[in-house]
Ligand binder design. Structure first.
Ligand code: SF4
Length: 368
């Protein structure tokens, strides 16, 4: 907490996240203050076990901790057993419509099952899945999706509103709790960022089950990334969320890379190499973008938590460069100043200063 006169400002930290119930998928802890974990899905046929495992290994190397696979039919359900045995990370089976598929994957040893109460309607079917998961000692994710809510709730709320999504989750939770099953995880996904955030905010105040965050059907490209970053990021900033998946109409690797970047930006993962650079404006007298690209390319592959500032002029340049671990601020006269840990330590012609910055960053990282 910091004091500014009478004003007291509390800093948000990961420790400040409200504690949800703890779940464990193999060695991945979820909830109860555990680090936010990253999930993704494979997009090849689940029956192609070799392809699923190859992709899972690729995603794991990029930072994915939990993999989900679609289970559209009995052949896919049978394949999940093999996948779970060979997968280096926990496997979640994505089940819709047919509860028997859930029973098959649980028997095959899967680590978690995701079901959708909007399309698995019979209580005796849900209970059979709950009983099987309890015997196997695995959790279940109740995956509420605005695109497949119960018809009765759609009529009651006039559409797939956040309230309808929350009501669907509560009805399902009540059933599982009445059957003595509490190893639940919840997701409340919509393609609409505001509806998704509203639904998660509401459910987070009602239950303490871990929450899996995501914006579903967000599309592709820049818009999809922005939607996911705002939706997931705004919830994480409020301390809500235990696992995340960025759903993109793209390669799963892009999903994982964006998810990791969201966590990095929020300080929930090591930041790695972070570049602070101004957007430039009419005051800038150098080709800052070219200098930035030079620095980035010469330092690509650097493995360290370090912030490097590359700033265009004397207005904000020295201030930002002082706040970075190391930085350069260009001046109007073709020179530049170099800063390290808050102090100016060198200056000279711009081209020479840029090379010095690159050399000093490498030296700094080597000395750590
Ligand atoms: S640091 Fe200077 S050049 Fe960069 S945006 Fe600010 S005023 Fe413009």
């Amino acid at each position: 907490m910091s004091d500014i006169g009478d004003l007291k400002i509390e800093a948000l930290s990961e420790d400040a996240r409200p504690k949800t119930r703890k779940l464990v998928l193999r060695d991945v802890e979820i909830g109860a203050g555990a680090p936010v974990s990253v999930q993704s899905m494979t997009k090849c046929p689940t029956t192609d076990v070799d392809a699923v495992i190859a992709k899972t290994r690729e995603l794991q190397a990029a930072g994915c901790q939990i993999i989900r696979v679609a289970v559209p039919d009995e052949a896919a359900a049978e394949a999940v057993g093999d996948i779970t045995k060979r997968s280096p990370i926990p496997v979640v089976a994505d089940i819709h419509l047919d509860h028997k598929l859930a029973l098959t994957v649980i028997e095959g040893g899967v680590d978690c099952v995701r079901i959708n109460p909007g399309n698995m309607k019979r209580d005796q079917h849900l209970k059979a899945v709950a009983d099987a998961a309890k015997s196997a000692g695995i959790p279940i994710r109740i995956g509420i999706n605005s695109g497949s809510l119960e018809q009765s709730l759609l009529r009651m709320y006039g559409g797939p509103t956040p309230q309808a999504m929350v009501q669907s989750a509560i009805l399902c939770i009540n059933k599982f709790e009445s059957w003595g099953f509490q190893d639940l995880k919840l997701s409340m996904k919509s393609h609409d960022v505001t509806d998704t955030v509203d639904a998660y905010l509401t459910i987070s105040q009602i239950t303490s089950y871990p929450l899996h965050l995501g914006i579903t059907a967000s599309g592709s490209g820049r818009t999809a990334i922005i939607k996911s970053a705002i939706g997931i990021g705004s919830l994480l900033l409020q301390g809500i969320g235990d696992t995340i998946r960025v759903s993109l109409a793209d390669d799963s690797l892009a999903e994982v890379e964006v998810a990791i970047e969201i966590l990095r930006v929020l300080g929930l993962r090591p930041r790695g190499v972070e570049f602070v650079a101004c957007p430039t404006c009419g005051r800038c007298k150098v080709d800052l973008l070219a200098h930035l690209e030079t620095v980035k390319s010469k330092l690509s592959g650097l493995e360290a938590d370090i912030t490097i500032a590359v700033m265009g002029c004397v207005v904000n340049g020295p201030g930002e460069a002082r706040q970075a671990d190391i930085g350069i601020a260009f001046a109007d006269d073709g020179t530049a100043n170099l800063f390290r840990k808050g102090k100016r330590y060198a200056s000279g012609a711009a081209e020479i200063a840029i090379n010095r910055l690159i050399w000093d960053v490498k030296q700094t990282v080597r000395d750590v």
